[in-house]
Design a protein around this ligand. Structure first.
Ligand SMILES: C[S@@+](CC[C@H](N)C(=O)[O-])C[C@H]1O[C@@H](n2cnc3c(N)ncnc32)[C@H](O)[C@@H]1O
Length: 390
């Protein structure tokens, strides 16, 4: 058996064994750990083939044999000719360098060309401002890695990247776009000079506008990406962070320490339940960042297995949780205070529909924001709205 046949067989084996319960990169790690004979080149090839399979989303999911689907994915994701395609599909290999949209026009099944809905069956659910003809083909390209530069270290970081020959682009005055997989931690040893943060996530920060001495609450803080953005804008903010599990806040604590931030309050809170009065007493907040748990559909370019396994009925479940969390935090907002509602979802039901519901049910007024599309430059797509309490 040739190397290429072996790779295809391993990728097929993984696709059959993987059920979407774990993130795919964890599953692959375990798979390769159990097969120490596979070298790093083998692992890279097999991972690439598996990811290519999931990047097809729902396209011809039913009925197309897995190896065929893997090769189709490899063709659509390829940016140049490669030996595996040359071995299995030489006629495609010659065309591997064409733009995805042109390659899509070259393939068909039972005489039918691929459609945007075939790949991403939720097109009718998309938020306003997302162009399906650009968004859907973006799944065939691995997104970029972005870092947000802190402390005006733009020149110093650019010099370090130049020394190591990494190709980079400035996406914004403080945002660098890098090839995915760039080892930033070895190239830039000064951990407090930058944060790994997607370009669209960084853009949500433009809506924060904190004032010195104001009280802000990042109520679904995770590892604190939005909080760090807030504090870099206004170090004088009195910050409270919360999340549902202590382990999550432990990660935040480590990240904050690396960024040199020590002055904040931290709470474990399940916001699907009302906040007990004993937690904050009579204290109200000038600003609340609600970066809500969501489908994550704006980040599926990084985790295409989620596109493959997602079921439409899950959208309503996320919407119900988002409404519930919002209803529990809004009473803690001062009159005149702002709620920043954020998701990394592309679905209207999790975005505009939640905002509309909040305005109707609580009297909050929508002030600014909307979809932040990232698919044109290899970034995530997010949604962020500023809502003001009258
Ligand atoms: C989109 S993430 C937040 C990302 C974060 N703000 C950042 O910028 O890195 C959503 C967070 O909501 C938390 N979460 C989910 N359900 C929750 C609940 N019922 N109460 C509080 N937090 C919850 C999750 O643990 C997760 O960390």
């Amino acid at each position: 058996m040739t190397r290429w046949e072996n790779y295809l067989l391993s990728a097929e084996h993984i696709v059959h064994a993987y059920d979407g319960a774990l993130p795919l990169h964890h599953f692959l790690k375990t798979f390769f750990r159990e097969r120490p004979k596979m070298g790093s080149r083998d692992r890279r090839w097999v991972s690439q083939l598996v990811y290519a399979f999931y990047r097809l989303g729902h396209l011809w999911k039913a009925g197309m044999p897995v190896p065929e689907r893997i090769l189709l994915g490899q063709f659509l994701c390829a940016t140049q000719e490669d030996e595996l395609l040359a071995f299995f599909r030489p006629e495609w290999n010659e065309k591997a360098g064409l733009p995805v949209t042109e390659k899509l026009a070259l393939v068909s099944r039972n005489g039918q060309p691929p459609t945007m809905e075939g790949i991403f069956p939720f097109v009718s659910e998309l938020s306003e401002g997302i162009a399906p003809q650009e968004f859907v083909p973006s799944f065939f390209t691995q997104p970029r890695l972005f870092i947000r530069v802190r402390k005006n270290k733009q020149d110093a970081i650019a010099a370090l990247l130049q020394q190591t020959g990494v190709a980079f682009e400035w996406q914004a005055p403080d945002v660098l776009s890098l090839p995915n997989g760039t080892k930033t931690e070895t190239i830039i040893p000064q951990r407090d000079w930058y944060e790994v943060q997607d370009a669209s996530s960084r853009q949500t920060g433009r809506l924060f506008q904190p004032g010195p001495g104001q009280r802000w609450w990042d109520c679904c803080a995770a590892s604190g990406g939005k909080s760090l953005l807030l504090l870099d804008q206004e170090p004088g903010v009195q910050l409270t962070v919360s999340d549902i599990r202590p382990s999550i806040l432990h990660n935040l604590q480590q990240r904050f320490a690396a960024a040199g931030i020590h002055r904040y309050e931290s709470r474990v809170l399940d916001l699907a339940q009302p906040v007990p009065p004993s937690i904050f007493g009579r204290q109200l907040f000038d600003g609340i960042i609600l970066d809500a748990p969501c489908s994550g559909s704006g980040t599926w370019g990084r985790t295409p297995e989620n596109l493959y396994f997602f079921r439409q009925e899950q959208i309503a479940v996320f919407q119900a949780l988002q409404r519930r969390i919002a209803a529990n935090v809004i009473p803690l907002l001062k009159p005149g205070g702002t709620l920043i509602y954020i998701t990394c979802s592309v679905f209207r039901q999790e975005n505009e529909a939640v905002v509309q519901h909040l305005c109707e049910s609580t009297g909050l007024q929508r002030q600014a924001g909307g979809i932040i599309p990232g698919y044109m430059h290899g970034a995530d797509t997010m949604f962020a709205n500023v809502l003001v309490k009258p």
